[in-house]
Design a protein around this ligand. Sequence first.
Ligand SMILES: *Cc1c(COP(=O)(O)O)cnc(C)c1O
Length: 371
Amino acid sequence: MSIPLIDLALQHRNLRSEINSAIQEVLDRADFILGQDVAKLEDAFAAYCGTKFAVGVDSGLSALELSLRALGVGPGDEVLVPAHTFTATAAAVSFAGAKPVFVDVDPVTWNIDVENIEAAITPRTKAILPVHLYGLPADMNMIQGIAAKYNLVVVEDACQAHGAVYKGHRVGGLGSAAGFSFYPTKNLGGCGDGGMVTTNDAKVAETIRALRNCGQREKNVHELAPFNHRLDNLQAAILRVKLKYLDEWIESRHKLALHYNKLLAGLDIITPVEPPGYGHVFHLYVIRSKRRDALQAHLKERGIGTAIHYPNPVHLQPYYDKNGTARGQFPFAEKICNEILSLPMFPELTEEQVEIVVSEIRAHACGLSRR
Ligand SMILES: *Cc1c(COP(=O)(O)O)cnc(C)c1O
């Protein structure tokens, strides 16, 4: 018996003929660069998120970096980011030429702690970059309130949160722009890298269209920084197939997460929360355990795949700790890094497999109490 953390090959086996014909059509048309699937995926994804515009790019990191650039964030500016996230959130700020300023995360939701945001604002602060971590939206009304008070822009890091809901609205249109990733393991993932910006701001969309394509607003006039951050048309064709299944997959993840929550109740484990008004999409199902390392080793021995997202907070990563960030500065982010564990979670996982994972977690807890 073995239960993987995620099983992408299984997903692709189920979609084999649809994906193969989508790929074949691109090969037949040979419209590889900014071909018709990119435009069709942009329309479909904007409609899905309820935004006016969507612009395909080559990764989630590029989506965030170009969003910041299009909103005028650059050298001399500071951008507030949570200390507990994937490193790309902060990297997007650095690559836009600005400085990431870290904020600790909330003890209940593990997203940026809105109580700590105002204390981090300086005259140089230009933007807030909240992350909808693991698929749970950040507290966007509070964040927008603070942004309005200090005249800041808000860019959502929605790379883990396609389809997540905040107070009746899907993420992607809750700030000035949002960045999504189509990295293969994400809830909507390609067969390679890819990303998307969503926005309701025509100017931002138009600027990103130019920035992704050699800085051209007009052919052969390289007006803006001449980057190449285009979304590959083959990836767009595959993503168009998968987008049709996204809601079904989210529903399955959600059901499995509730099953985990129910079965884990009563054990010495903290399970993820979904506050009222929030629609969590469980990109990752993350628990907290005081004996995380031993538990992970036990599960590995039993053939159960787990991972740690992420073992070190961003402010302590070698690339960032030169900026004067230090251990002890963001106590909660530092604490949960030692406790978090991602359990198997993918739409094709079965309730029986969830039950096996939980029974092994229970066996581990009982074994400890007998010793
Ligand atoms: C995956 C991810 C990114 C970056 O996406 P890429 O497509 O890998 O560049 C950014 N932020 C978060 C929170 C992510 O999970």
